[in-house]
Design a protein around this ligand. Structure first.
Ligand SMILES: [Zn+2]
Length: 167
């Protein structure tokens, strides 16, 4: 993905976090969804392959989440669906989401989700302030260790001297 799009997403997220007054992890994704007027509906009967979806019913938009998935995955999915909404992706049909589709929209929504759950400026501030490692950071941000590792790589913060490397 172009750096320009990544920069735009980072900028968008930073404005949103200011508006909702969130400056500490873990990021309250339900609060962000509420800011955009998006109710979250938890479904016990989604097939395992569906993490979440945007639901459009006449004028009502909502985020549907697979209730059986782990909390960190649900949080990522909520952030991903907010990404579709914020970036004006097709709201006119239900978007069934499995995340493994390679379309640009899916990639953008994933970048948005990573940025929202682990905002660059907050992660950098945390790492500059104290020594940490990936499991502790994942816990602090309430994300999976995989999501945290990806974020550390894409932001190059993996090279921060305060990050303890796994042995
Ligand atoms: Zn999606």
């Amino acid at each position: 993905m172009e750096k320009k799009i990544r920069d735009e997403i980072e900028e968008k997220v930073s404005i949103i976090l200011k508006k909702v007054n969130v400056d500490e992890p873990p990021i309250d994704v339900e609060k962000v969804a509420a800011f955009f007027g998006l109710p979250i509906v938890y479904y016990p009967n989604f097939p395992d392959s569906i993490s979440g979806t945007i639901i459009k019913d006449e004028d009502l938009l909502a985020i549907g989440i697979n209730e059986n998935h782990a909390e960190v995955r649900q949080r990522f999915t909520i952030a991903h669906e907010i990404g579709h909404y914020v970036m004006g992706h097709d709201e006119n049909k239900i978007l069934d989401d499995t995340f493994d589709k390679n379309s640009e929209k899916e990639k953008e929504a994933n970048v948005f989700a990573g940025e929202l759950l682990i905002p660059y400026h907050i992660l950098k501030r945390d790492l500059d302030r104290e020594v940490s490692d990936i499991p502790s950071l994942a816990k602090r941000y309430n994300v999976s260790e995989q999501a945290m590792s990806i974020r550390l790589l894409e932001t190059s913060l993996i090279n921060n001297p305060n990050l303890k490397k796994p042995i």
